[in-house]
Design a protein. Structure first.
Length: 69
């Protein structure tokens, strides 16, 4: 639950930072918005799918490692 809240709130915190735009491009929120065309000029569609896929693979890797420990 805490991770979900952090992922949702992190883009708003990152906007306050000088390098926040770069951070927001790799968080799952903005690529997802780009795919549903709320922010159509964030990144190309293939890059948005790649970012979202990397998040899914990364979280699955964390779960696999946690189960083996």
């Amino acid at each position: 639950m805490a991770a979900l809240v952090a992922i949702v709130l992190l883009p708003f915190v990152a906007d306050a930072l000088p390098w926040g735009d770069g951070v927001n491009r790799v968080l799952p929120t903005f690529p997802a918005f780009q795919l549903i065309e709320q922010y159509p000029d964030v990144m190309p569609a293939w890059a948005a799918v790649t970012v979202l896929g990397a998040w899914a693979v990364g979280l699955l890797a964390v779960v696999i490692v946690a189960r083996r420990v």
